[in-house]
Ligand binder design. Sequence first.
Ligand code: UDP
Ligand code: MG
Length: 317
Amino acid sequence: MELSIVIPVYNEEENLEPLIRETTRALAPSGKSYEIIVVDDGSNDKSYAILTRLHGTETRLKVVRLRRNFGQTAAVAAGLAHAQGEVIVAMDGDGQNDPGDIPALLARLDEGFDLVSGWRFPRQDPFWSRRLPSSIANALISWMTQVKLHDYGCTLKAIRRDTAKDLKLYGEMHRFIPAIAYERGARIAEIKVHHRPRHGGKSKYGLARTFRVVLDLLTVKFLLSYGTRPLHIFGLLGLLSGVVGLLLAVFLTAQKLFYGVDIGARPLLLLAVLLIVISFQFVTMGLLGEMIVRTYHESQDKPIYAIKEILEARRTA
Ligand code: UDP
Ligand code: MG
């Protein structure tokens, strides 16, 4: 199988039928073998009933139904896990993405990339609640992860199978897929794709998502930069606060011993003690982190590197 289209769906009863129809029509000219995997993320409208009906007529449709609403990231992860295609295309279930863009994504992928991400342009969402927070988030994520994309929020992307299977997604990390893949050595590209206003149903997100994105960014940044060496960051913070704390303590002790100054009521004393205590905490946290990293990698034989290819030796004697 050449292609798997993965579509997470939560209460999209009005959008499913047109979307599946449009997708099959967009893929027909390519002559590729493909499957459409719709993950029903615990919808409580008629989505599943509609999918069951479509499943009867559309032979390329595969439906994965989750037991409850686990969230978009989990739904995408379920779709990736069940995909069999060499290339996996992820797409929204509300029709805001245009299946007509899929051939362009695949063409770009064939130029030698492992992941091609869509850039919704022009974006068809409200300005204050969506486009503004989103452009701030894009700048922040690009800056922190070093993977410069214009649109991290676009679900429409094409990913090579080995890259996709390597992804471990938690929280609301589907939007960090390019950054996570990049850390594993994937080559990333971005192309402009169409974006359409939502026709039926409601958006599942509001402004509250912004905070979760920022927190997830913190996790991603930490894991990408220090995931295999937590002591380097915690130890550095610990050493810094420890050195400053010690200097202060020495200064105060000298004042007390040589000049007889009363130091008992000085805020500086409190600060010195605080810095010394947290320096021990930082270092201990870093050491615990080091142990957890070892457990994480060694318990599941997960290497700290990713191999692209091996050319075996053809002779050993
Ligand atoms: N979605 C999902 N589970 C959820 C929330 C959303 O599977 O808990 C799906 C939703 O059905 C849609 C896609 O994720 O196909 C994107 O959601 P939405 O269109 O609401 O996001 P927006 O485009 O407003 O950012
Ligand atoms: Mg949408």
